[in-house]
Design a protein around this ligand. Sequence first.
Ligand code: SAM
Length: 431
Amino acid sequence: MNLRNHAAQILSKVLGEGQSLTRALAAGFPAIRESKDRAFVQALCYGVIRQYYQLDFILGRLLGKPIKQKDIDIRALLLIGLYQLQYMRVKSHAAVSETVAACKHKPWAKALVNAVLRQYLRDAQALQQACGDDPQAAVNHPDWIVARLKQCWPEQAADLLAANDQPPPMALRVNLLQGSRHDYLELLNEQGMAAHPAKFCETGLLLEQPVGVELLPGFETGRVSVQDIAAQLAAGLLDAQPGQQVLDLCAAPGGKTAAILESQPQLQALLAVDVDEQRLRRVTENLWRLHLQAEVLAADAAVPESWAQGRRFHRILLDAPCSGFGVIRRHPDIKILRRDSDIAALQALQARILDAAWSLLLPGGVLLYATCSVLKQENEEQIAQFLARRADALEIPITAGWGQARPHGRQILTGDSGMDGFYYARLGKQA
Ligand SMILES: C[S@@+](CC[C@H](N)C(=O)[O-])C[C@H]1O[C@@H](n2cnc3c(N)ncnc32)[C@H](O)[C@@H]1O
């Protein structure tokens, strides 16, 4: 198998069909046997998508005319070639010849790929200079995202843009039901994996080097999960008590569902709801691996009258669908696949689900609203509007060492203390 060609086919799904990179990689992986080959394909795909706006600008300069849509795989190969030359420690002659060889299914493209990559090598300095002078290519984000971030965070926007392009750390959540964080850290060290405890949450560990989950000791038996530290904060903030009924809305793939169950094993019940059946299967798989139990339901959180059957809950986690602007470093395809108009649609959906969730909360209960976004419209402004329309809602302030207090809720900006960008607000229902 030609790995560069395989990576180009995966990238074509993202760039041509609008598939998420996670999904396209998951579909493309089974054909690759060796884990080192998977790692190479993954590095190429993530690298190209992460640096897309720079690479695409340079490719535009190098091509006489745009490549036809039906040849999107050749465009992907050219981006792969440029990425290798600019960012990977592959020798340039090898990068060119291997990328040319990857055109074997479309021999006409060999000369084109060869010419474009060689011209890049000749003109690299001037091309980089031009890239730095172009407003969109210089910051490697589309203009509309830059504008949104500047509007919300004028002083921090440059840091946010830079943080979005950094590969994220690999964070682990230790399942304290199966052993302490200290013991697991020792186990990692014994296996030669350096890690250190995360600040702000007692379950978190940060690995110095990312590894495949299959190499994590006890992963298969549920000793540990992969989850960013910011996401791990949810269980502590929800603070579910023994005997309570908990609702986890928008739960898939179940990272926070499992974290809640690990932090409080004596709940009366936990109901995990998500509209996406395929993603919901991963909740069941994760719970099974971790030896945890919950009710799992495929349903629309905005229409609880069709599924809640009069049930009410002491605690509700609403991990709302959002722009994902706090996790661009993990999902760089967000920069390519999201549209500006999505934001208003997401805001409206969040408001509908929030109102619906509120109707399911018992008096005296607590709802934790969360997003992996840094946009104020999805976060503090969403909560301000909610509080204005609900006389029975009051905010329970979050006092913490992480993130920053906002007029409503608490915001973590991407990269703060190494964490993903996240937002939390805690709302109490008057008894
Ligand atoms: C941020 S993700 C949830 C992540 C999850 N809580 C975790 O920790 O693993 C948002 C989820 O909202 C779900 N979703 C979107 N619209 C929904 C709706 N109307 N009803 C229920 N779930 C919805 C999506 O399928 C997606 O799984």
